[in-house]
Design a protein around this ligand. Structure first.
Ligand code: HEC
Ligand SMILES: [Cu+2]
Length: 481
């Protein structure tokens, strides 16, 4: 304390010293008593966008208008859900304020809504985080004011009973209280928030899906997503940067139940404000973001390519939707990453063995097409399903659909070739472009014939039959472009 007072004195009297020692007006800034200068209307943004950094050097009265809506929205392709939103989207609009600001919060419940709602902002010091003051019936508006005392990244959510259901239906978002001295300058800032959906239908089941309370209580979601839907932030909607840029992600987790193991495939977080607070951890691979919590993640993107944001509880990523894409475009840098330098036959026995031995598995050949389809189905579920999904729909932006696939139906040999030779490079399936890598599958001719026959006769494909002789022929002819 004595030392602190002394520092202020030194800083105040010796400007040069104060610059050297990094003193700033922030050192004796008290958010409780900071003078409120002027008034502003807060600019709110929908995900993945973030309002611009605050360039004020004083506290102000900040007016926030947040409208609650209840509307049917896309959860996945062919799947919709009645979402309850803060500001028209899930997650809700991003709020950016400065430490010391006096925030006048207006909660507006749209007259077409059916239910009352309120808001608990974790950035508030006061009962219910504002929930008690903002209980609002449809067609009504409530107002309360709070002082932003603690800088950090905070979750807000609806806290109207049943609270779990209001959150599960989409009522959460992020509010950033910038420290008085501001955050470091970066090239891009994005808003990414994870959450779960508990639907009556299984993953991918089409139509408007009602909320399933039993699944929610068991914490067994069908969907785990970033920014409100499967594929919200992939393909044309991917977030972007360029090599050499500093990227800052404001990461939130609305839950309602699961903790996220937040990870970006192919990147290391240079700095993490873990739990959205002051402390910085450096050089982090995966950071925990608890339900109702956050993290600020910063890293430089060095090398061009697609970087996939995942919950590294990995079945959530590949089977429940928790995938987003950061697309980095620009110059390669082989000093940092070369890309593949070699791909060749691996011969553990040395040069004497010229081919990889085909493991001979005991299996009598299928006699009928029904038998083929039946056996092909079990190959599919043990080998292919993890990427192409149980219903063959694939994953937007990553794995093409094998359901109703024009690419496959046009020439079934392409399917055989993908399995026995692998497949990479750009292909177009049902109008969407994919540029992924399907590894060569180590299956017998019989198994490939079965699984391809199964594919052709399932998932709305056009039928057909493939024999082990067809597979042998495609093996010999080499990959089909
Ligand atoms: C590790 C993930 C993965 C696995 C496992 C996998 N695939 Fe693929 N598959 C892909 C990717 C990625 C592509 C697209 C490759 C590209 O973009 O060039 C693809 C493409 C295909 C295609 C052509 C495109 C289309 O959608 O019609 C077929 C057919 C296919 N796979 C069938 C299968 C079958 C059958 C199996 C199981 C024996 C299987 N795949 C296993 C990832 C996978
Ligand atoms: Cu609510």
């Amino acid at each position: 304390m004595v030392f602190y007072n002394k520092m202020i004195k030194v800083c105040g009297t010796l400007l040069i010293v104060s610059i050297l020692f990094g003193c700033s007006s922030g050192d004796n800034f008290d958010p409780k008593t900071a003078e409120i200068v002027g008034e502003e209307k807060a600019e709110l943004t929908l995900p993945p966008n973030v309002p611009p950094p605050i360039d004020r050097d004083h506290a102000t009265k900040l007016v926030v208008n947040m409208e609650v809506t209840e509307e049917e929205k896309r959860l996945a392709d062919g799947v919709t859900y009645t979402m309850w939103t803060f500001g028209g989207e899930v997650p809700g609009k991003f709020i950016r304020a400065r430490e010391g600001d006096m925030i006048e919060f207006h909660l507006q419940n749209h007259p077409d809504n059916k239910l009352p709602h309120n808001i608990d902002l974790h950035a508030v010091n006061g009962p219910g985080g504002g929930a008690e003051s903002t209980f609002t019936a449809p067609g009504r508006e409530t107002v309360f004011t709070f002082r932003a005392l603690n800088p950090g990244l905070y979750v807000y959510h609806c806290a109207t009973a049943p609270v779990g259901m209001h959150i599960a239906n989409g009522m959460y978002g992020l509010i950033l209280i910038e420290p008085a001295e501001g955050l470091s300058e970066v090239d891009q800032e994005y808003y990414v928030m994870q959450s779960e959906f508990y639907t009556e239908g299984d993953y991918g089941e089409r139509g408007l899906q009602p909320f399933d309370m039993d699944r929610a209580i068991k914490e067994d979601p069908e969907y785990v997503v970033f920014n409100g839907s499967v594929g919200s932030t992939t393909g044309d909607n991917a977030i972007t940067s360029n090599p050499g840029d500093d990227v800052r992600l404001f990461v939130g987790n609305g839950g309602p139940n699961l903790t996220s193991s937040f990870h970006v495939i192919g990147e290391i977080f240079d700095r993490v404000h873990y739990e959205g607070g002051d402390r910085i951890q450096k050089n982090v691979q995966t950071t925990s973001v608890p339900a109702g919590g956050s993290a600020i993640v910063e890293f430089e993107t060095e090398v061009p390519g697609d970087y996939i944001l995942v919950d590294h509880a990995i079945f959530r990523a590949f089977n429940k939707g928790a995938l987003a894409t950061l697309s980095v475009s620009g110059e390669e840098d082989e000093n940092i990453y070369t890309g593949q330098q070699l791909e060749q036959v691996y011969q553990p026995e040395g040069g004497a063995v010229q081919t990889i031995p085909q493991e001979k598995r005991e299996e009598p050949a299928a006699q009928t097409i029904e038998e083929r389809i039946e056996r092909g189905k079990s190959v599919y579920s043990s080998v292919c399903q993890s990427c192409h999904m149980k219903d063959g729909s694939g994953i937007e932006g990553a794995f093409p659909p094998v359901a109703k696939s024009d690419y496959l139906n046009e020439n079934p040999d392409r399917g055989i070739s993908a399995i026995v030779h692998g497949l990479s490079g750009e292909i177009t399936v049902n109008g969407e472009t994919y540029d992924g890598v399907m590894p060569r599958q180590n299956l017998t001719n019989e198994e490939v014939a079965n699984v391809t026959t199964y594919l052709l006769n399932s998932f709305d494909n056009e039928g057909g039959r493939v024999t082990p002789e067809d597979v042998e022929r495609v093996r010999e002819e080499g990959p089909i472009e």
